[in-house]
Design a protein around this ligand. Structure first.
Ligand SMILES: Nc1ncnc2c1ncn2[C@@H]1O[C@H](COP(=O)(O)OP(=O)(O)O)[C@@H](O)[C@H]1O
Ligand SMILES: *[C@@H]1O[C@H](CO)[C@@H](O)[C@H](O)[C@H]1NC(C)=O
Ligand SMILES: *[C@@H]1O[C@H](CO)[C@@H](O)[C@H](O)[C@H]1NC(C)=O
Ligand SMILES: *[C@@H]1O[C@H](CO)[C@@H](O)[C@H](O)[C@H]1NC(C)=O
Ligand SMILES: *[C@@H]1O[C@H](CO)[C@@H](O)[C@H](O)[C@H]1NC(C)=O
Length: 671
């Protein structure tokens, strides 16, 4: 049994040993390629870590550190005992990230070593490879390619940016300033180890020639044909048969990180190419170097930004200009009555021609719909130049705005701009009365019922203005074109542009004659004083006009002008008063009402103001509450034309004008 088993055990032991040797040294592990080190089995020590991103950080940015990383299993460099070191090839990508781009820290090295234990090695210039005693000792069996960023005189370093081939210590067998010989022209291109840029390194040993070649290039440059340097050294005299490969690095007084991004190795053959595309990203250090993309994108985005900002500023300025308004401190109290120009602009669609309602003596009137309330309004656009008197005028406008009567066109508010004033009125769907009286635009003839209703409405409104409101308000410009018709054909007194306000107690006084020829009471010619009775005079004219359907002054022939008052009086004298009633009514009217209207019209238009009734009496006559005094045409026999001529009005109406003579400027703004 024992004689049988002993050789068996020996064979088994031999087989086991062989398989162990194969498994340890030759189990296909003599070449590898790592693009990043995530999940890679490395033996690390000191400050070395593998970041989650797969970056091998030999040192971690703290001072006076050492760090090592080794391929976990030792490699068999000598195949058989007494043999020679085989050819090998390695390639790796590394970067040195210093907090300063111009200050060097120590360096790093690729190393082949019999032991992974570098506990006694020193950091700084010793790169974690040796200490003072062990440096250069042949028993180290150390081969290293150093990337040194400091010139150490004790090791005869050539400069502070060199690559060197070292045997057993820090003194280089051969070294060279870092860089590469460009394939295109063969010229040397400098590289800086501390540039924070990733660099590609190729180290090859040829066992036949005992030739060591070292090549370096920037990551984006392909492997240059000409190596950085070659040195002949028989590594069989240095390396142990079995040795570890890896990296060593050390920091000194400057924070620096030595990083390896990828690594490949091959025994007896060229090192596999590193997959550059899959390399981990380097952490950002300091300000990011401006990239190509930024070179293009930045100017475009910047100019686009400038353009956008410019456009916005332009639009804002234009908008500001478009909607600019005049606003004074004193207007604060009128705030609620103030409209923004923007609202009015929107309401009238930018004062479009199609929204034009009509052109009056003082400006254009536009229809508008207020943006928020959707209220229909009429916006009167009046041009004015002077600021003078504006405060009083606005005060007046606002206080007028407070007057409410069902036969009054409500003034909603105002707005001011440079050179322009906007008055916002309630919208009157049926326009002004004169259009109906004189058959403009094919408007239907107003029935007598409508006329009577309008007459009574305007009379009650005037009574309210003269006597019932808190102040005496004189309208000053009563005439059919200032009487507007709402959707129910109710007459509404409008256009308060010329109205003046007087306290009930104080004596009314004005300096200018304002109003419309034909409706101006004769006494205005010499006193220029508007009184409630001058309104009564105009109302008288209005009565005659509405009843007769004729203008107060008729251009009967080329030269002669005839006052409506004179004509009605004449007809009355002749006993044919009904003949004066508007013929277009074709007799469809109430005799009593028409006669009352005509007689009252004549009475109100009496040249002597004391003979005129007050509005309160007028109202009573119209309502039938009081009998009209039994007047005869002879009592009223005066010749209005003569009186008017005597009062000096004649020049005005000789021109044939029935528009306002306004000796003050437009709607008395510049009083
Ligand atoms: N509140 C309003 N609603 C509807 N139309 C109006 C309003 N105010 C004025 N209009 C129209 O604009 C025209 C001009 O108005 P306005 O300037 O008051 O005339 P004037 O200055 O001759 O009295 C009027 O004839 C009328 O058709
Ligand atoms: C760097 O590594 C050293 C040694 O392991 C450790 O003491 C130190 O805290 C590390 N520093 C950083 C910033 O990770
Ligand atoms: C080299 O190292 C060995 C082993 O540590 C030691 O015995 C020897 O004395 C050293 N040689 C020199 C010259 O220091
Ligand atoms: C490269 O660097 C060395 C040392 O700093 C310098 O002498 C040489 O002029 C540089 N060469 C080029 C091409 O920049
Ligand atoms: C290298 O050294 C070994 C051992 O001394 C020797 O056997 C071998 O021939 C040398 N190689 C060359 C190319 O000189």
């Amino acid at each position: 049994m024992s004689s049988y088993t002993k050789p068996m055990v020996m064979v088994l032991q031999l087989l086991f040993l062989i398989s162990l040797i194969l498994a340890t040294f030759n189990s296909g592990d003599d070449h590898f390629m790592y693009s990043g080190f995530s999940g890679v089995d490395l033996v690390i020590d000191g400050a070395t870590t593998v970041t989650p991103g797969g970056l091998l950080e030999l040192t971690n940015g703290t001072v006076q550190q050492k760090g090592h990383a080794f391929y976990p299993t030792p490699l068999r460099f000598v195949r058989s005992p007494g043999g020679i070191v085989q050819s090998f090839s390695t390639s790796f990508v590394f970067a040195i990230l210093s907090v300063y781009t111009d200050l060097s820290a120590n360096g790093m090295a690729f190393v082949i070593t019999p032991s992974k234990n570098f506990l006694s090695a020193l950091p700084e210039q010793y790169l974690g490879l040796a200490n003072i005693q062990s440096n250069g000792n042949a028993s180290n069996h150390l081969f290293a390619i150093e990337f040194d960023t400091i010139q150490n005189k004790e090791f005869s370093d050539i400069d502070a940016n060199h690559v060197g081939a070292n045997i057993n210590g820090l003194r280089s067998l051969r070294s060279h300033h870092t860089g590469y010989y460009a394939d295109e022209d063969g010229n040397f291109r400098n590289m800086s180890l501390i540039s924070r840029e990733a660099m590609h390194v190729w180290i090859d040993y040829d066992h036949k020639l005992t030739d060591i070649s070292v090549t370096v290039a920037p990551l984006k440059v392909a492997r240059p044909m000409k190596p950085l340097f070659r040195v002949t050294y028989n590594l069989t005299e240095v390396l142990t048969d079995v040795a570890f490969i890896g990296f060593s690095s050390a920091t000194g007084t400057i924070n620096v990180r030595h990083c390896v991004l990828g690594w490949s190795f091959s025994m007896n053959g060229p090192a596999p190419a590193i997959d550059i595309a899959r390399l981990p990203k380097l952490p950002r250090m300091g300000p990011k170097p401006p990239s190509k993309v930024l070179d293009i994108v930045l100017p475009i985005t910047t100019s686009a930004f400038v353009l956008i900002v410019g456009t916005i500023v332009f639009l804002l300025i234009r908008r500001h200009m478009r909607y600019a308004e005049l606003r004074d401190d004193w207007e604060v109290e009128f705030g609620p009555h103030r409209f923004t120009y923007k609202d009015l602009y929107t309401a009238t669609e930018g004062f479009k021609e199609k929204n034009l309602l009509g052109i009056g003596g003082f400006g254009r009137v536009y229809k508008g719909i207020l943006p928020v309330s959707k209220l229909e309004v009429a916006v009167k656009r009046v041009s004015h130049d002077s600021k003078q008197g504006m405060k009083e005028f606005i005060a007046e406008i606002v206080s007028i705005g407070r007057i409410q009567h069902r036969n009054l066109v409500q003034l909603n508010g105002y707005c001011r701009r440079r050179g322009e004033l906007f008055l916002v009125y309630e919208y009157m769907a049926n326009g002004s009365l004169d259009n109906y009286l004189y058959c403009k635009e094919g408007k239907p003839i107003l029935s007598w019922g409508n006329r009577w209703c309008i007459i009574k409405g305007i009379a009650s409104c005037l009574l309210y203005l003269h006597e019932e409101w808190e102040k005496v308000v004189i309208h000053r410009d009563i005439k059919p074109s200032n009487v507007l018709l709402d959707s129910d054909m109710n007459g509404r007194l409008g256009d308060f542009g010329l109205a003046r306000l007087y306290d009930h107690d104080t004596d009314p006084q004005t300096t200018h004659v304002v109003g419309t020829i034909g409706y101006l009471a004769p006494e205005l010619g010499h006193t220029s004083k508007a009184t409630p009775l001058t309104d009564v005079f105009a109302f008288g004219m209005f009565l005659l006009e509405v009843t007769c359907g004729q203008r107060p002054i008729n251009q009967s022939s080329r030269d002669s002008q005839c006052m409506l008052v004179d004509w009605v009086l004449e007809q009355w004298n002749n006993g044919s008063l009904p003949l004066t009633v508007d013929s277009r009514l074709q007799g469809n009217y109430n005799d009593n009402e028409a006669c009352l209207s005509l007689k009252l019209g004549l009475l109100c238009s009496h040249p002597f103001c004391n003979a005129r009734p007050t509005m309160r009496h007028v109202m009573q006559y119209l309502n039938g509450d009081m009998q009209l005094p039994d007047i005869r045409p002879t009592d009223l026999s005066f010749h209005m034309m003569t009186i008017m001529q005597n009062e000096g009005f004649v020049e005005h109406y000789k021109i044939g004008s029935t528009t306002s003579i306004d000796t003050a400027s437009a709607i008395s703004v510049g009083r």
